[in-house]
Write a protein that binds this ligand. Sequence first.
Ligand SMILES: Nc1ncnc2c1ncn2[C@@H]1O[C@H](COP(=O)(O)OP(=O)(O)O)[C@@H](O)[C@H]1O
Ligand SMILES: [Mg+2]
Length: 264
Amino acid sequence: MTDDKTAHVVVVGNEKGGTGKSTIAMHMAVAFANAGGRVGVVDLDPRQRSVSRFVENRLETARKTGVALAAPTVYPMSGQSIEELAAVAMAAIREQDLVIIDTPGSATDLSKAGHVFADTLITPLNDSFIDLDVLGRVEPETYKVLRPSHYAELVWETRKERAMANRAPLRWFVLRNRLSHLDARNKRAMEEAIAALAARIGFTPVAGLGERVIYRELFLSGLTLLDVRTPGVAIDLSVSHIAARQELRALFNAVGFTDIIAAA
Ligand SMILES: Nc1ncnc2c1ncn2[C@@H]1O[C@H](COP(=O)(O)OP(=O)(O)O)[C@@H](O)[C@H]1O
Ligand SMILES: [Mg+2]
């Protein structure tokens, strides 16, 4: 990266807990680090600290096993002040090729402030109308969009701020996480409702990730499915794991991640 370039900022956000924000943030960060890019992580969830803990676990595994694991740099926040976030984010943007900001599942001021840095926003949803409700109200039966909800309004505000600052438009991607193979009817209904909402509130729907135990299992070691080719890393490659890797790759391609890696 040359000095006049600044990092691309990805915010993973949704005002809802447990949708896979931290899981996706970790996998993107590791994919980028493994590709040789410089990646910084800002963790705006002071209660769960999932991404920070994941990186700590990764460094510990590297130390214990002697395997050279590429890792993102965590930019720690000591408190919840927006001034501190601005300083931390600006340092990360200056020093890295990619910055990933992970946000909590609630509308804190800090989370809102974090969204303003986003060049790309990735919003994972569980495959459920309860999760969709955070983006917009849809009419039962017809899935007609009645009105955008609070998170869509936050994104709208963020877009306005970017436009006023003459920055390039925000790219917003929504994906469904923890997809089950069993629930075909709900899946179709969600697809229809998401397509209607996408047109109304301006996001791009992208293919999501299936429900797979591996995402939970690897947390303690700080390893991911993207590490299986690293010499010395022992992860069994089952059919399910191969499918999971393909889903991750498809997700990264869909959000333009491959281009971000190429530009770094
Ligand atoms: N595709 C998936 N399959 C199975 N478990 C998942 C998947 N994505 C996330 N999880 C699990 O769901 C829980 C919530 O995920 P997390 O990334 O912490 O969500 P958030 O950051 O949005 O609160 C965690 O236990 C995580 O391991
Ligand atoms: Mg989280």
